[in-house]
Design a protein around this ligand. Structure first.
Ligand SMILES: [Ca+2]
Length: 499
């Protein structure tokens, strides 16, 4: 708390000289005593990378996840939660900014040395919480700009997006989750660090907590793990816990178990310090898994806008204020998180930009969620279909009539496709009755289709007006645009076109 806020009117210079120091002393002394117990909750966001909505034990999955299962059992477990995108960078933008990622021009994964990034003008959750006196920390995968700074691009670093402290990687832990060589702490490269990425992040949280945390300030810690994104390396003793599945799956499940152990260590630090009750903990994955069988019965995988690509687990815990031991079926998504957190701490969001979610606070406190006015919309240019929109129980998907294979690394030919995107083929699903999206209702429910199409057109047009047109993109067909894996992109593009 600042000591400069006291509004004292003093008649003369001498009065100021005598009284002001005393007033400042008393005021600051009082403020510090009050601040010993922060009334604002701490906020901890834990994010898995590429983990499916069905991988955790508490969601029926095969991975051993006792810490997250306990968090869900005692807290709030959401059964119908969505990311803001089927892919890393845009999903993170939707979580941190409360906006559909297309509005900020994050159309896809951000490739290395690429112009696309989260612009400095975006207001992140960290920046919002700083206005309420929060210490703000990022520990983990960043994937929103070059990290560390690349002078050729000069893109905003974590400290320019509201984070006081940062340990992270630009994208994945390299060369794998084991002994990563690309961790950057507050702009300084650490070189090779021995250990598994998830445990290194838990170590960093504990280090920050011990050395940097100020007990008179609430904290916001954003902790996006690297697991179970490929390339996976898991501890052999955890792989041994899955003798009945193929080695690749065993490695994958062990990677999630390793993440769960790291989560357990972070939560234990809160408990040991008496902070577990006054901390809002959110756990999710950034989007669906690339692994068949990991996305419950939902259709599709990572990079699809069918539900398999965009459904995520969501667990919320805040024992001091949110009644626990609940499972909720309400449909929620990442852009709801910023309005929720802002409302919780009494921060106002600016009126100069569009927000795409709504506060979940009434629901979390035990009441009902207001009716959602704006549908949820996903746009991913290199999927097919490219668009999905959920409104009520229905999902509309939209596909262009352009069979040009799209590139992983947002190229100079992808940009005009995004700018001028036109949907020609629509599908309609009732995802409450048909969660696997097997039964297309487009022909048998023309009225519903028409209503959903007009909602889609209005919302998509508004989003397009906001969107960013990047310059200096890699040439279509170049290795940089394709990220050296053209076969994978062709396969992704063709997956649904021939059905
Ligand atoms: Ca991811």
């Amino acid at each position: 708390m600042s000591c400069s806020g006291g509004k004292m009117k003093l008649d003369s210079f001498s009065m100021k000289k005598l009284i002001l120091p005393l007033v400042i002393f008393l005021f600051c002394g009082f403020a510090n005593a009050q601040d010993k117990i922060p009334t604002q909750p701490n906020i901890l966001i834990l994010l898995a990378d590429d983990m499916g909505s069905g991988d955790l034990g508490c969601y029926g999955g095969a991975a051993r996840t006792p810490n997250l299962d306990t968090l869900a059992a005692n807290g709030i477990k959401f059964n119908n939660s969505y990311s803001g995108a089927p892919n890393c960078s845009p999903a993170r933008v939707s979580l941190l900014t409360g906006r559909m990622p297309a509005r900020s021009g994050m159309y896809s994964y951000r490739p290395p040395e690429h112009a696309m990034h989260m612009a400095g003008e975006e207001l992140t959750m960290a920046e919002v919480l700083k206005t309420k006196g929060y210490q703000t920390v990022h520990i983990g995968k960043w994937h929103l700009s070059s990290l560390p700074q690349n002078p050729e691009f000069n893109q905003p670093q974590p400290n320019e997006q509201g984070f006081d402290y940062s340990l992270g990687t630009e994208n994945n832990a390299e060369p794998s989750h084991f002994n990563p060589i690309n961790f950057i702490r507050n702009g300084v490269a650490l070189g090779e660090v021995p250990g598994y990425a998830s445990q290194l992040l838990a170590d960093e949280f504990q280090l920050w907590f011990k050395t940097e945390r100020k007990s008179d300030q609430p904290f916001f810690v954003y902790l996006p793990f690297h697991e179970p994104h490929a390339k996976i390396v898991s501890p052999p003793e955890l792989i041994a816990n899955y003798p009945d599945v193929d080695p690749k799956s065993a490695n994958y499940f062990a990677s999630i178990e390793n993440l769960d152990i790291a989560v357990g260590r972070v939560l234990a630090t809160l408990k040991e310090n008496g902070l577990d009750k006054n901390t809002l903990v959110l756990f999710a994955s950034d989007h669906g898994s690339y692994r068949m069988g990991s996305n419950r019965d939902f259709r599709g995988l990572k990079a699809d806008v069918y539900d398999g690509g965009i459904r995520v687990p969501l667990i919320v815990s805040y024992p001091d204020a949110f009644p626990g031991k609940r499972e909720l079926d309400e449909t929620v998504w990442f852009p709801d998180l910023l309005p929720t957190v802002s409302k919780l701490v009494g921060a106002k969001l600016p009126k100069d930009r569009a927000y795409d979610g709504m506060s979940l606070l009434p629901l979390l406190k035990g009441g009902r969620l207001k009716t959602r006015k704006q549908p949820m919309l996903w746009f991913f240019y290199r999927g097919s279909p490219e668009v999905a929109m959920r409104h009520g129980n229905y999902i509309l998907t939209a596909r262009s009539n352009d069979s040009t294979p799209r590139t992983h690394g947002l190229s100079d030919l992808d940009m005009p496709f995004i700018e001028n995107f036109e949907a020609e083929f629509f599908e309609l699903y009732n995802v409450v009755k048909d969660p696997s999206q097997k039964h297309d209702l487009a022909y048998e429910s023309p009225e519903k289709l028409g209503e959903m199409k007009s909602r889609y057109l209005a919302l998509f047009e508004a989003t397009q007006k906001d969107s960013v047109v990047w310059e200096g993109l890699p040439a279509y067909g170049s290795a940089k645009a394709n990220h050296d894996k053209p076969a994978e992109f062709l396969r992704n593009q063709e997956r649904f076109l021939d059905k």
